[in-house]
Ligand binder design. Structure first.
Ligand code: PLP
Length: 338
């Protein structure tokens, strides 16, 4: 099947599975799994941070970050459509008693720092204490500009804020900009990276930060049920992904462009945005029938559009250039018959 719903659907490759089979294991709750430790050290090194902690999901990894930066009654400033606000079940508020202050993202996926400044609460007992600025890179595929990121440390210092980057797809930004991870992450106090998206591991995320922050995060991880035993079996997939699947993200970006080009030639389809591996479209005619026809031919599109009528398509390592051409040809044939 050619599954364009998300880059989370990737399955571990034979090479990855073979590497996992050979992983040296131990009890990671005792700190004795050498493969988990290796992965944590490897990614902390790449991010230019002191330490890292492995977590089963990006949702948990972000939550560990937010809960380690903030106390009960604190607040984090976050994008209105950010994963850490919209898509994590309200975890920071519910489990951390940490209030979100959402702001609209600008078109490029940044939060306007003047608006962030205005949202910071005065130091007064009427207010929650604003403690953290949370950004997302990439956000719906958009790469945050480096010039913007460079402003974050001074802005946060000036306003006594910590900073966290939800870098679920930060390697797509790394690939797009042609920089190394540290060039992006050096501007933040912590970063969460997903191994289970375009990098192709079956699961796993990593939170990176200072030794002190990661020590705190380990406590929250245990409390949240994320302390895993022979987790090296999955961490091995992460190591394999870091060593084999970063360079190739460029192919996903090229394939997304190719898909946008093909779909752009079809009258019934409108291209809304194309950024890194994420394409947003509107289908103005017979979407349920189109989806059904595609499914019969081995192509999976999302069940429905969102409330704004937008359908998100995502390229990844289990979708080849031929798969993209097959998909656009099927859609062209479908509308030709109408
Ligand atoms: C996928 C994703 C996460 C984490 O999701 P999990 O499914 O919990 O691993 C966090 N942030 C963003 C922007 C994401 O796309």
């Amino acid at each position: 099947m050619i599954d364009l719903r998300s880059d989370t659907v990737t399955k571990p490759s034979t090479g990855m599975l073979e590497y996992m089979l050979k992983a040296e294991l131990g009890d990671d709750v005792f700190g004795e799994d050498p493969t988990v430790t290796k992965l944590e050290e490897q990614i902390a090194g790449m991010a230019g941070m002191e330490a890292a902690v492995f977590s089963p999901t990006g949702t948990q990894s972000n939550l560990l970050g937010i809960m380690s930066h903030c106390q009960r009654g604190d607040e984090y400033i976050v994008g209105q459509t950010a994963h850490t606000y919209m898509f994590e079940g309200g975890g920071a508020a519910i489990l951390g008693s940490i209030q979100p202050q959402p702001l609209d993202f600008d078109l490029d996926g940044t939060l306007d720092l003047d608006k962030v400044y205005m949202a910071i609460k005065p130091d007064d007992f009427h207010f929650a204490r604003t403690k953290l600025l949370c950004l997302e890179n990439t956000t719906t595929g958009r790469v945050l500009p480096l010039d913007y990121l460079k402003k974050i440390p001074a802005f946060c210092k000036e306003n006594k804020l910590a900073s966290h980057l939800d870098g679920a797809r930060v390697f797509n930004a790394v690939s797009k900009l042609g920089v190394n991870l540290e060039t992006i992450t050096q501007h933040f106090d912590s970063v969460s990276v997903c191994l289970s998206k375009g990098l192709g591991a079956p699961l796993g995320s990593i939170l990176c930060g200072s030794k002190e922050l990661i020590k705190e995060a380990r406590k929250w991880r245990k409390m949240l049920g994320g302390g895993m035993r022979q987790a090296g079996i999955v961490a091995a997939a992460g190591i394999y992904a870091l060593e084999h699947n970063i360079e190739r993200l460029r192919e996903d970006h090229d394939n997304a462009e190719l898909l946008a080009k093909g779909l752009g030639e079809i009258d019934a389809i409108q291209i809304i945005a194309i950024n890194t591996n994420i394409l947003l479209i509107k289908v103005n005619k017979n979407y349920p029938e189109l989806r059904e026809e595609l499914f019969k031919n081995g192509v999976i599109f999302p069940k429905t559009a969102n409330k704004a009528g937008i359908i998100r398509l995502v390229t990844h390592l289990d979708v080849s250039t031929d798969d993209i051409l097959k998909t656009t040809n099927l859609i062209k044939a479908f509308y030709h018959k109408q």
